[in-house]
Design a protein around this ligand. Structure first.
Ligand code: CO
Length: 137
């Protein structure tokens, strides 16, 4: 069902985003490959390559977004783990059948026109888990 880990999502406060970009790009030496405002998820997202996987910095667009609330509760840091799947619809159906609580019953549009869906942390040992199906070219 899952092909590989796609990315780690790291929550960053808007005022810290430039510093965190500098950390990952200049200090850690990851290549910044993409930056996008993902309105649907209420975030500014910055993607770095780490081998064939990614680190995704996400910063909230407003105080009512999920990531803003996460920052309020937990402060900055690891927000979610994303697994790549080649068939997100089938994966969601299978997981639902196995009793996993879904945040997204159907896939939504994510970064770089991927299709994404989140599983509820109550079903995944408190780790917010994302499924992502890359855009097909
Ligand atoms: Co993500």
């Amino acid at each position: 069902m899952f092909d590989r880990i796609d990315h780690l999502g790291i929550a960053v406060a808007p005022e810290d985003l430039d510093d965190q970009i500098a950390l990952y790009r200049d200090t850690l030496g990851f290549e910044l490959v993409h930056r996008e405002t993902v309105e649907d998820q209420g975030v500014e997202a910055v993607l770095f390559d780490v081998g064939e996987n990614h680190v995704e910095l996400i910063s909230p667009l407003g105080p009512e977004t999920g990531v803003a609330k996460f920052l309020e509760r937990n402060g900055p840091g690891l927000h979610h783990v994303a697994y790549q799947t080649s068939d997100i619809d089938a994966a969601l159906a299978t997981l639902k059948e196995r009793g996993v609580r879904l945040i997204d019953e159907a896939a939504r549009t994510g970064i770089r026109n991927s299709r994404v869906a989140f599983l509820h942390p109550r079903s995944t040992g408190k780790t917010l888990t994302e499924l992502t199906e890359p855009a097909h070219h």
